[in-house]
Ligand binder design. Structure first.
Ligand SMILES: N[C@@H](CCC(=O)N[C@@H](CS)C(=O)NCC(=O)O)C(=O)O
Length: 136
């Protein structure tokens, strides 16, 4: 099964970014090149200097691995860390910030500033979603 998944991932144009260390070994991002939400996750990993494997999904024909890791919304991005999947870009970014605490801080330290950061992230998402609906 693992061999099959590796083959499938290679087929889905999987690339390694950055130099992996012990803790980063199992970091994988399922994204789509034009997805701002997936790019958000890649930026967070790059800010932290975390090496990761990237799997570019064809959203018209999603991989079994994506559907298995995110059976609820079936959307990208999905971060898989040591075999454990996380969906939703803002939740993933906060996870990355907490999991790699020693790297570049992404969220502000102050609770009020954190609330503001979450407000603007959601505001931007709502705008992107409204635009996406209007062009469908
Ligand atoms: N709220 C989600 C939105 C993710 C999202 O909309 N992903 C799109 C690509 S930008 C997707 O996977 N679309 C495929 C589908 O809806 O089936 C997040 O922030 O992660």
């Amino acid at each position: 099964f693992i061999a099959h998944e590796q083959k499938r991932d290679q087929h889905q144009s999987s690339k390694q970014h950055g130099g992996p260390t012990m803790a980063e070994k199992g970091v994988k991002v399922f994204g789509m090149w034009a997805s701002p939400m997936a790019i958000r996750v890649e930026w967070a990993l790059r800010l932290k200097g975390v090496g990761y494997e990237y799997v570019d999904e064809d959203l018209a024909s999603k991989s079994d691995a994506l559907l298995r890791h995110n059976p609820v919304t079936k959307k990208v991005p999905v971060l898989v860390h040591d075999g454990k999947p996380i969906a939703e870009s803002t939740i993933i970014v906060e996870y990355i910030d907490e999991a790699w605490k020693d790297g570049y801080p992404i969220m502000p330290a102050d609770p009020y500033d954190r609330a503001q950061a979450r407000f603007w992230a959601r505001f931007a998402d709502d705008k992107v979603n409204a635009y996406a609906l209007s062009v469908q």
